[in-house]
Design a binder for this molecule. Structure first.
Ligand code: ZN
Ligand code: ZN
Length: 169
């Protein structure tokens, strides 16, 4: 099964294909030029932006507690026959990332169990994923996901500058 190159959602039927990429919807397909441009960002420019962003103040707590990266936390809640779960990503410092992971662990432990059968099956998985993330030591290297976000940010700025250039002339 393939997944959307823009939002990561699984594509069961249909979707759109452009230059070897797949998108779940027309809205996601609109990001295609951005993704193409992001792939072409030269590595020295990428490296400079990654380093700069890693060292800057945390977007969440506005402080410098260490390197910025992408931190995931996982949630699940249930109501009898309905269970919903999700993974959220934050660009922030490790301290802020851990706070979210801790809150999500409590969230799952309180609200996850009350659905059958998915609540009982998914809740331990989501709790384990949060605990694993909490225990992971801080990496000296930026994650691939962080680099990808920086790539897209550079590409977005470039495309914006390009599209606004004729208007300012
Ligand atoms: Zn999508
Ligand atoms: Zn922070």
């Amino acid at each position: 099964m393939s997944s959307c190159d823009q939002c990561g959602k699984s594509i069961l039927f249909g979707g759109r294909k452009l230059d070897g990429r797949r998108y779940c919807s027309a809205a996601c397909a609109r990001a295609h030029p951005l993704l193409e441009m992001a792939d072409r960002v030269p590595s020295d420019i990428l490296q400079r932006h990654v380093d700069e962003w890693r060292r800057s103040a945390c977007p969440k707590c506005k402080q410098n507690h260490g390197a910025i990266d992408v931190h995931e936390h996982h949630r699940v809640h249930s109501l009898v026959l309905m269970t919903q779960w999700s993974t959220r990503r934050n660009v922030c410092c490790r301290r802020c990332g851990r706070r979210e992971q801790l809150l999500s662990t409590l969230y799952c432990a309180t609200l996850g169990w009350w659905g059958f059968p998915w609540g009982l099956l998914v809740t331990p998985v989501q709790i384990a994923r949060n605990v694993a993330a909490l225990c992971k030591s801080d990496s000296a290297q930026p994650s691939a996901r962080f680099e990808q976000i920086v790539r897209r940010q550079i590409a977005r700025r470039y495309l914006e500058a390009q599209s606004s250039a004729p208007a300012t002339r």
